[in-house]
Design a protein around this ligand. Sequence first.
Ligand code: GLP
Length: 256
Amino acid sequence: MQVIILPSAAAIGDYAADVILRGVAERPSYVLGVATGSSPLPVYEALERRWIPELAGISAFALDEYVGLPYSHPESYHSVIDREVTTRLRLDPNRVHVPDGFADDPAAAATTYETAIRDAGGIDLQLLGIGGSGHIGFNEPTSSFASRTRIKTLTPGTRSDNARFFSSPDEVPLHCMTQGLGTILDARQVLLVATGEKKASAIARAVEGPLTSMCPGSALQLHPDATVLLDEAAASELTLRDYYRFVFEHRPKWQR
Ligand code: GLP
């Protein structure tokens, strides 16, 4: 795992945009895994600012969705992805996919989602944030490392973290549909972004803690091409943070 500590959220956005734009320019049928939450917003801002025509041809798959929220609800991830990703990056809406948490048969919809990812050729780069519980996507603690897209029950902590987007905490859905940890680990490249002190403990557990389903983010230790982009605050509980800085400053030319 590569850990890169950058001076600001804007610098993180630019770094991630560099990686994504390089991939998109090289591969016209690029498949981008997109995440919701506030952490990836600087990445979308940078991509919007540095838009290239090739972006209009990529496909995108969202990580997760609430179960039971109508697609038109402003906080459904269908709406969030449409607002923050599809519109801003001028993607083709027919090639942007979000798990169907409002389906009559959510279990069948989850299987269909897995098939759609496979049919698109798999995800080239999965963008991730991390929750306070260590979740990635909505894979809450004790999620299997082999899990695929499925229904999960949100922890009280995640519901309270996400209550800020709803008019009352009771409005936050109890259930969600999320790509599994196995689905995320299948992406060819993974980029996790985290900023702020509130993420420091989850980051330390995911990057340096034991591999454990109690911290779903620790599954990324199994990924052959995972990069974690952090600001100073999110990196503050990492034991080896000076080493990560040294590694980045001394990275060989071919890695730059
Ligand atoms: C939600 C999303 C996650 C996201 C997390 C953190 O729970 N399902 O994908 O990583 O929030 O959000 P934020 O980046 O706003 O802290």
